[in-house]
Design a protein around this ligand. Structure first.
Ligand code: ZN
Length: 409
C-alpha cells in the first residue's frame, strides 16, 4: 500500500461541500468534470481524520472507523461485506483521488449510521457528537434502494404470451463478443485450427443473437466482425433501448501444474473481486485496455448522475439474479462443470446501465472444454443455454412487475 501524499476531491454537480464535525468545519471544493476547475482541499489531515491509500487499481479510504474500498474506474464501493453502487467512477488525476459526491452524501451516512447526517440542500455533511441520544443506536443496516424499476419493458404493452417463451413484453439484449481485432484474447491452447478467444466469443455471440431472435427477443452485437471496440464503449450499446447486457468470454489458466485440469463455466456480475481467482479473471479481461488508443472515461452531465444514482443498486441485484439463472442453464449442458456465479470488477460491465453479466464459457487451457468451445455443437449448446437463462430471468422480471413489490423476491 502506498499512502497517498495528496489531496482529496469530491466529484458532483454542486460547487462546494461543507463538512461539520465537533472538531471543526471544512469546505471542500467540488470538481464537476474530470480534470476541470478543481480546487485543492486539505482533507487528508482534516477534521474528519480521513486517510486514503492506493494499491494497484484499488483505493482504500478510512473515515470514521470504517474502511471504504474503491476500484478505480468502477462505480461501486465496498464497506465490510456490503457493496454500494456509485453514480460515478473514482479516479486518480494529478496525484489526487477523486470520489463521487454521492459516496459522501449517501454511502458514508448509510455505512456509519446515525453519526453522520447529509443535507442535500446545504450540501453539508455533519458529524453529530457521540455523546447524546444517538449513543444506543446501532449502525443502520444498508437500506435497500427505493426500488425504481430499472428496465421498463419497451414497446408494446402487455400482450398474449409468446408461445415459445411465455414472455408478454418486447425485450432487447446487447451481446458483447469479448476481445477482437488487435486483441486476440487468450491464445486458445486447445482450440483447433489456430482459433483464439476472439473467434470463439464472436461465434457464440452470433449464435446467441439467433437463439434470442428465435425466442422473440431483439438482440444487437457490440461487434459483428474481427474489430476491437473499447471496453468503455461496449457497455454504452446498452442504454435506452436495452434490457440487459451479456459479455461472452473464454477463460484460461496460467501455465502450471493444475492448468490443464481446471474446467467449467463461471458467470460474473460487476463487483469488487473477492478472491485471488476472481482478480485473475478480471485482470485478464481488463487487459484489453492496453490495446485501446484512448483512455476510458469522459464527462457526463448532471442528469446522468441522477439517473445512475437511482438505478445502480437495483442493477447490481438484478445482475446477480441474471447471472444465477444463466449459470444454471449453461452448467446443465457443459462438460466442464459448475464454477459458480462470481463477482469481479470488469471494466466492460461498469458502463452498461442495465443488468450486466460476463460469461466465461469454459477454459481454453482444458482439453475437453477447448474441444467443446471450438465445436459447432458446443457453441450451439452454449448459445441456446444462455438464451434460456435470459428468458428465465425476463419471465421472472415480468412476473415481479405484475405482482408488485410484495410479490418480489
Ligand atoms: Zn476474454
Amino acid at each position: 500500500m502506498i499512502p497517498l501524499a495528496c489531496l482529496l476531491f469530491i466529484v458532483g454537480p454542486p460547487q462546494t461541500v461543507v463538512i461539520v464535525t465537533p472538531r471543526g468545519e471544512t469546505i471542500v471544493p467540488l470538481s464537476t468534470e474530470r480534470g476541470s476547475s478543481a480546487v485543492a482541499a486539505p482533507l487528508l489531515a482534516g477534521p474528519l481524520g480521513l486517510t486514503a491509500a492506493i494499491e494497484g487499481s484499488r483505493a482504500t479510504v478510512s473515515l470514521g472507523g470504517a474502511v471504504f474500498v474503491f476500484q478505480l474506474g468502477a462505480p461501486f464501493v465496498r464497506v465490510g461485506g456490503v457493496v454500494y453502487g456509485l453514480v460515478g467512477e473514482p479516479y486518480v488525476a494529478r496525484d489526487t483521488l477523486f470520489l463521487p459526491l454521492q459516496w459522501l452524501a449517501d454511502c458514508v451516512p448509510r455505512a456509519l449510521g446515525a453519526r453522520y447526517h447529509w443535507s442535500a440542500v446545504a450540501t453539508r455533511l455533519e458529524e453529530l457528537p457521540v455523546a447524546g441520544t444517538v449513543v444506543a443506536t446501532a449502525p443502520m443496516a444498508p437500506a435497500p434502494a427505493p426500488a425504481p424499476t430499472p428496465t421498463p419493458p419497451l414497446g408494446r404493452p402487455a400482450n398474449a404470451p409468446n408461445p415459445l417463451t411465455g414472455l408478454r413484453h418486447h425485450h432487447a439484449v446487447v451481446i458483447d463478443p469479448g476481445h477482437g481485432g488487435a486483441d486476440p484474447g487468450n491464445p486458445g491452447r486447445f482450440f483447433s485450427g489456430g482459433l483464439v478467444e476472439k473467434d470463439i466469443t464472436l461465434a457464440v455471440a452470433r449464435l446467441l443473437r439467433a437463439e434470442l431472435t428465435r425466442r422473440g427477443i431483439a438482440a444487437q452485437l457490440t461487434r459483428t466482425s474481427d474489430t476491437l471496440i473499447d471496453l468503455a464503449d461496449r457497455g454504452a450499446f446498452c442504454r435506452a433501448e436495452c434490457d440487459l447486457f451479456v459479455s461472452i468470454h473464454v477463460n484460461a489458466m496460467p501455465a502450471g501444474r493444475s492448468a490443464e485440469r481446471t474446467a467449467g463455466v463461471e458467470t460474473y456480475f460487476l463487483s469488487d473481486a473477492k478472491t485471488e481467482d476472481q482478480e485473475r479473471v478480471a485482470k485478464m479481461e481488463n487487459d484489453a485496455l492496453r490495446f485501446e488508443s484512448t483512455a476510458a472515461g469522459g464527462s457526463r452531465g448532471p442528469l446522468d448522475y441522477i439517473l445512475k444514482d437511482l438505478q445502480l443498486n437495483e442493477y447490481l441485484r438484478e445482475s446477480a439474479r441474471l447471472a444465477e439463472l444463466v449459470q444454471d442453464k449453461v452448467v446443465a449442458i457443459h462438460p466442464g462443470g459448475d464454477r459458480g456465479v462470481q463477482q469481479a470488477g470488469f471494466m466492460v460491465l461498469t458502463t452498461a446501465r442495465r443488468p450486466a453479466i460476463l460469461v466465461e464459457t469454459g477454459f481454453a487451457t482444458n482439453r475437453t472444454d477447448g474441444a467443446f468451445l471450438a465445436s459447432s455443437l458446443g457453441e450451439h449448446k452454449i448459445a441456446s443455454a444462455i438464451a434460456d437463462g435470459i428468458v428465465a430471468y425476463l419471465l421472472e422480471f415480468e412476473r415481479r412487475r405484475v405482482d408488485g413489490p410484495a410479490g418480489g423476491s
